[in-house]
Design a protein around this ligand. Structure first.
Ligand code: EPU
Length: 342
C-alpha cells in the first residue's frame, strides 16, 4: 500500500523556479512514483482543481500565485539495455536531472547527448520543448516516452512520431498541453564513436583536438555555456527567453541589405533562423535594466532579475522588447518559457 501522499496547502514556489520569482501554489505535492501520481490526480478530481506540472522550474515564469494543485515530478531511476553492436537504449525517469543523465551516459562512453550538457531542468521536461543546443536536439536520439493522462489516470505510450517534434516544440506544447504527466523517456544512444561538431561555436572551441570523445565534447560545451550563460543559482534566469525566429529567405535578404552583419542559420530551402540574441543586441537592449529586471549584459537572450522582481515585471520587459523588435525588424518574437499563475 502506498503511503498517504503529502499534499501541502499554500506552498511557496520561490525556490522552485530558476527566475526566483515569488509565488505560492494553492496545493503542492512531490510525486515519487506512479501511485503517488494517481493519488494526486484523485485529490484534484475530488476538488475539481486544475493541475500544473513542475519539473526543474527552469523554463517557467510565475506571473503570480498558481491556483489548483502543483505537482512536482520526483520519479528517479535510469536503466540501460544494449541492442546490437552499436545501440544502447536508455530509459530515464522524468524526475532525473537532465545534466546528471548526460554525465552518466558520457562516463559510460555512450554517444548522442553530450552536446546537450548543462541544459538545466529535468528529463521529463526535455521532450516538451525538444531541448536543443550545439547542433543537436533531443529528437535526434528520442525513441519514446511514457505518460499518464491527467483526465483519466491512464498510462500512455508516445513514439517519436506521436510527439511531433520541431524546433523547441512538441505536441505537449500544442494539443496535448496540460493533458499528460510525462513519467519516463527512452533514448537510443550509440556505443560507437559518432559525434556532431558542426555547430560553429563548438567546432571553434574544440580547436585542433585530435581525439574527439563524448567527454571532450561535454566538457567543451560546459565551458562554452559557462562563459556565455549566467548561472541561475547566482543570477536568476530561464536560459533563452525567446525562440530564435524563423524568417523567409526574401525577408532575410532585405534585412541583410540594411544590416550587413546579420547572422542567420539555414532552416530549410525557403527559410532561415535568425538569432533572437542578435536582434535584441542590435536593438540596444543588451545590459538594459528596467526597475528590478533587465537584459543580461553577457547574453542578450537572457533576462534576469535583481532580487525583488515579480513575474509581471519580467513579462512587461519582455513585451517591450518584442514590440521594439517587431517595429525595427518586422520580426515577431515568441517567448520560450511557459507562463504559470497570475
Ligand atoms: N549574439 C549577439 N548578442 C548576444 C549573444 C549572441 O549578437 O548577446 C549573436 C551572435 O552572433 C551569435 C548568435 O547570436 O553568433 C547566436 O548566439 P548563441 O550561439 O549564444 O546561440 P543562441 O542562438 O542565442 C541557441 C539556443 C540555446 C543554445 C545555443 C547553442 C535558442 C532559443 N537558444 O542560442 O539554448 O544553448 O543556441 O546551441 O534556440 C535555451 O534554450 O535556453 C538555450 C540556452
Amino acid at each position: 500500500m502506498n503511503p498517504e501522499l503529502d499534499i501541502i496547502e499554500n506552498h511557496p514556489l520561490d525556490a522552485l523556479n530558476t527566475m526566483a520569482l515569488p509565488a505560492r501554489a494553492e496545493y503542492f505535492c512531490r510525486v515519487n512514483n506512479c501511485a503517488d501520481i494517481q493519488q494526486a490526480l484523485e485529490f484534484s478530481r475530488q476538488r475539481q482543481l486544475p493541475i500544473s506540472v513542475l519539473g526543474g522550474g527552469s523554463n517557467i515564469i510565475l506571473a503570480g500565485n498558481v491556483s489548483g494543485l502543483v505537482i512536482q515530478v520526483a520519479l528517479v531511476g535510469i536503466s540501460t539495455e544494449v541492442k546490437g553492436k552499436d545501440t544502447v537504449l536508455v530509459s530515464a525517469a522524468a524526475g532525473e536531472v537532465w545534466h546528471e543523465l548526460v554525465l552518466n551516459m558520457v562516463a559510460q562512453g555512450y554517444y548522442g547527448i553530450e552536446n546537450l550538457s548543462l541544459i538545466p531542468g529535468l528529463v521529463g521536461a526535455a521532450p516538451v520543448q525538444n531541448i536543443g543546443a550545439y547542433g543537436v536536439e533531443l529528437s535526434d536520439c528520442f525513441v519514446s516516452l511514457e505518460a499518464i493522462s491527467i483526465a483519466t489516470g491512464e498510462a500512455t505510450h508516445f513514439s517519436a512520431r506521436d510527439c511531433q517534434f520541431a524546433y523547441r516544440h512538441s505536441v505537449f506544447k500544442a494539443e496535448h498541453r496540460d493533458v499528460y504527466i510525462i513519467t519516463s523517456v527512452t533514448l537510443a544512444l550509440h556505443r560507437q564513436a559518432k559525434v556532431d561538431i558542426t555547430y560553429p561555436t563548438l567546432r571553434a572551441a574544440l580547436d585542433d583536438q585530435v581525439e574527439i570523445t563524448p567527454q571532450l565534447i561535454s566538457e567543451t560545451v560546459c565551458r562554452v555555456r559557462r562563459e556565455k550563460l549566467p548561472d541561475p543559482a547566482i543570477e536568476p534566469n530561464v536560459g533563452s527567453f525567446f525562440k530564435n525566429p524563423v524568417i523567409s529567405q526574401t525577408q532575410a535578404k532585405q534585412l541583410a541589405e540594411q544590416y550587413p552583419d546579420l547572422v542567420t542559420y539555414t532552416q530549410n530551402d525557403d527559410q532561415l533562423k535568425v538569432p533572437a540574441a542578435w536582434l535584441i543586441d542590435k536593438a540596444g537592449w543588451k545590459g538594459v535594466r528596467r526597475d528590478n529586471c533587465g537584459v543580461h549584459p553577457q547574453h542578450a537572450l537572457v533576462l534576469t532579475q535583481f532580487g525583488n522582481a515579480t513575474g509581471g515585471e519580467i513579462l512587461i520587459l519582455a513585451n517591450h522588447i518584442s514590440i521594439d523588435i517587431k517595429q525595427r525588424f518586422g520580426i515577431g518574437l515568441e517567448m520560450e518559457p511557459r507562463v504559470l499563475g497570475g
